[in-house]
Write a protein that binds this ligand. Structure first.
Ligand code: GLU
Length: 464
């Protein structure tokens, strides 16, 4: 059987972590089984859906590298098709027009609540035969008796009594289909074999299964993914929190590889392995190993993963992402070292790309002021001699390489009978403005001859 999955977000906000995790699990399952992954935009809520949200979803998926084989399909472009299937169910006597007014339904609900009953439609219009010339919705004739069972790949066998399920509205007064109905028509038309989505949809599944049955089509396999909780595991993840958006993670300096690795571990595990390349995830991913209990965000783990990938990925790949942050921080990289070299030098001491960009600004543009404490401590009359000596020696250097610079600094330290750190720190403050940078020889090589000499000179002048 060719596996066909879909990711079906409603474009009412950015792609948040929960949605991205669903998309990832669908994608992994599909790639693992050499199937087709379909993107479907569920935009029938005309008030809340926006083109910006559609774009945010597409951007988020592109950032994570979750490519799809078909789509994006838009539900708003399929309205005629839903109407056709509604008509089919009406013709077959599997759906009916309900003329009940809002007021009647409201009163019914209040009565049921007062009697401590579960509110549900009393099927007043279910057996009407005459056509009334007044507004109506279309309801699905849910079976009255029996049960609906399905084997969820994550939760196991789940059973619901039909008596608990309502005669669901499948088309509103204006003819627009409702969620539970359009999803079934789409999953049917798109030949979806596996519906992988969040836990929040479990209660919709028996309703949808009944509609599948009424349409006489094969029912897909379902897998409902566990909820994601906030850090600490107590609160539900709230979509409104900016930090939960995939693009916010990009803006904060996370690599897509790190984010994917982080997402895959939100509810899935493979032994005690923590680091997974995309290929490994595809190779090992199994819905049966998805946990049924919620997973919680863990920022420390994400930072750890990010640093792991900053250090271990091909530096050229990391440099591409760093470029985005340099642009974002308006750092013009044309007058400075190659970004790949910056990545090699900085990966060890940065947890995010944002931090790496911030900490690499001095390679490209002059810093505005010395870090006050650092200057006080390291740019003193005593260190003037060091800076002057280093300046003189470096001025002679033609081939500007870390090895040569290292040699000069080592010789100076011997001559002045000072340890290397005592020499390096004043130079570092002089050329970067602060006390933190890659090893001093690497820093100077990256900075280049001209900037190094210029900044050393300035520091010397300042101290005279
Ligand atoms: N559009 C639904 C949502 O964003 C998902 C529907 C589904 O996966 O069946 O929650």
């Amino acid at each position: 059987m060719l596996v066909r999955t879909r990711f079906a977000p409603s474009p009412t906000g950015f792609l948040h972590i929960g949605g991205a995790r669903t998309a990832l699990f669908c994608w992994l399952y599909t790639r693992r089984h050499h199937g087709k992954f379909i993107l479907r935009i569920e935009d029938t809520d005309l008030v809340r859906s926006t083109p910006e949200s559609v774009q945010a979803i597409l951007d988020g998926m592109a950032f994570l590298g979750l490519d799809y084989d078909e789509g994006p399909f838009y539900q708003t472009q399929r309205i005629e098709r839903y109407k056709q299937v509604v008509q089919q169910l009406l013709d077959e006597g599997k759906a009916y027009r309900c003329y009940c007014s809002k007021e009647r339904l409201e009163a019914l609900r209040e009565c049921q609540l007062a009697a401590k009953e579960k509110p549900r439609y009393d099927q007043a219009c279910r057996n009407l035969v005459e056509f009334k010339n007044c507004p109506y919705v279309i309801r699905f004739k849910n079976p009255d008796k029996g049960e609906v069972s399905f084997k969820d790949l994550v939760h196991g066998e789940l059973t619901f009594k039909n008596s608990e399920l309502d005669d669901l509205v499948i088309a509103r007064g204006d003819g627009m289909p409702t969620y539970n109905f359009s999803v079934v028509v789409d999953d049917m038309d798109m030949g979806i074999t596996h519906v992988i989505r969040g836990d929040g949809h479990i209660n919709n599944t028996p309703r949808q299964i009944n509609i599948f049955k009424a349409l006489n089509v094969k029912i897909p396999v379902f897998a409902h993914l566990p909820e994601i909780l906030e850090e600490g595991g107590k609160q539900k993840l709230s979509k409104r929190r900016g930090a939960a958006s995939v693009m916010q993670y990009r803006d904060d300096g996370f690599l897509p590889q790190a984010l994917l690795n982080y997402l895959v571990r939100l509810g899935w595990s493979h032994g005690d392995q923590e680091i997974f390349s995309a290929d490994e995830m595809i190779q090992y991913f199994d819905l049966k190993k998805v946990h049924s209990s919620p997973a919680a965000l863990n920022q420390q783990k994400l930072l750890w993963l990010n640093q792991h990938y900053l250090k271990s990925l091909n530096p050229e790949e990391v440099a591409k992402h760093l470029k985005w942050h340099m642009d974002d921080q308006i750092i013009d990289i044309t007058s400075g070292p190659d970004l790949t070299e910056v990545v090699k030098a900085q990966a060890e001491r940065c947890k995010t790309l944002k931090e790496m960009a911030e900490k690499s600004r001095y390679f490209y543009e002059d810093f505005k002021a010395y870090d006050e404490k650092a200057a006080k401590k390291f740019l003193t009359p005593q260190t003037l001699e060091i800076l002057q000596l280093i300046y003189n020696q470096l001025e002679e250097v033609i081939s500007w390489k870390a090895e040569k610079i290292h040699e000069i600094i080592t010789k100076a330290s011997e001559r002045l009978e000072l340890n290397l750190g005592k020499i390096a720190q004043p130079i570092r403050v002089a050329v970067t403005g602060g006390t933190i940078s890659p090893p001093i020889d690497v820093t100077l090589e990256l900075l280049g001859r001209e900037k190094t000499l210029e900044r050393l000179h300035r520091a010397i002048e300042r101290g005279l």
